[in-house]
Design a protein around this ligand. Structure first.
Ligand SMILES: Cc1cc2nc3c(=O)[nH]c(=O)nc-3n(C[C@H](O)[C@H](O)[C@H](O)COP(=O)(O)OP(=O)(O)OC[C@H]3O[C@@H](n4cnc5c(N)ncnc54)[C@H](O)[C@@H]3O)c2cc1C
Ligand code: FES
Length: 276
């Protein structure tokens, strides 16, 4: 694949996750690309609407499932607005995969704790399914997911599926005031629910993705539970343009989030200039 050139992908299906978030199931038009494209959990791609521009989304489906490539996007502006108007059968561009990936090998043989907020479940869902598809290699799985309200929860069908799985503890929460009369999950912000769930830190690794404020308040909770700085992993979402370490749009000091990230341990984040 020429990493500078968008490949054509067809929108095979569209899932309306929430009022402002959609998931696209994508498939390469070219048979060669369908056979050769590969990526690792945590990597991202640049998606283009011709005549409108490009935007950056993680690959939300796991590398263990190749029937479709999925991305989930929140309507934020120009390109996501244009994507929102597209239909099944329409063609968009995709270039990638770019960036580093979640440390799957470091996670093997450990308990894995996934913590996500809002659309931050998209990259986490990719690694959750990757882990669940290779279940024997990992110990207990804990998933804590929160959104502002019940209608803002993404991947609702999969949250139900994870709740029913052996060895997987799934806790879903909504912000105070976001619950409905029939809501049976937790009510509270993600960091306080993590404190309540109190996942064991021994032989454990935590993956945390979501709004910066959620990540900021989740780290101290995990530290209190005994998680070390290199066993807390997150992703940064600095604005990007090239995705390849060429344009200088995404860098923090000497670190290019597109090339050296977007996945960083808390330890690595503490070593970055404090401008993110
Ligand atoms: C590695 C990475 C992975 C991402 N994964 C996803 C994903 O899976 N799903 C998803 O919905 N979004 C994701 N994003 C964010 C997404 O790239 C932007 O929201 C999107 O590009 C907006 O495009 P737009 O043209 O519609 O908005 P624009 O018209 O460009 O901007 C609309 C508004 O959003 C702000 N904005 C745009 N990009 C960012 C950003 N990166 N950070 C903060 N503010 C921004 C702009 O300043 C503006 O206020 C990811 C970003 C990165 C860097
Ligand atoms: S997006 Fe161009 S250098 Fe990172």
């Amino acid at each position: 694949m020429n990493i500078y050139k968008p490949e054509l992908v067809e929108i095979m299906d569209i899932i309306q996750e929430t009022p402002d978030i959609k998931t696209f199931k994508l498939q390469f038009v070219s048979k060669k690309m369908r056979e050769e494209f590969s990526f690792l959990a945590g990597q991202f791609a640049e998606y283009s609407v011709f005549g409108e521009g490009e935007c950056t989304f993680c690959i939300a489906s796991p590398p263990t499932r190749t029937e479709y490539l999925e991305c989930s996007f929140k309507i934020a502006g120009k390109v996501t607005g244009a994507l929102n108007k597209m239909n099944k059968g329409d063609i968009i561009g995709l270039r990638g995969p770019y960036g580093n990936h979640f440390p799957l090998e470091q996670m093997e043989g450990k308990n894995v704790v996934f913590i996500a907020g809002g659309i931050g479940l998209a990259p986490v869902r990719c690694i959750i399914w990757n882990v669940l598809d290779l279940r024997d290699k990992f110990k207990d799985v804990t998933i804590v997911y929160g959104a502002r309200s019940v209608s803002d929860l993404v991947y609702k069908r999969e949250l139900e599926e994870w709740k029913k799985m052996d060895g997987v503890k799934t806790v879903v929460t909504v912000d105070p005031g976001g619950e409905t009369p029939d809501w049976t999950g937790e009510v509270g912000f993600v960091p306080s629910i993590v404190e309540k769930v109190a996942p064991a830190s021994e032989n454990s690794i935590a993956i945390i993705c979501g709004p910066p404020i959620m990540i900021k308040y989740t780290f101290p909770v995990l530290e209190k539970l005994g998680f070390t700085e290199d066993n807390m992993i997150t992703t940064l979402e600095n604005r990007m343009k090239c995705g390849l370490g060429k344009c200088g749009r995404c860098n923090i000091g000497n670190v290019y989030v597109c090339k050296d990230g977007p996945v960083f341990s808390y330890k690595e984040m503490l070593e970055l200039p404090q401008e993110y």
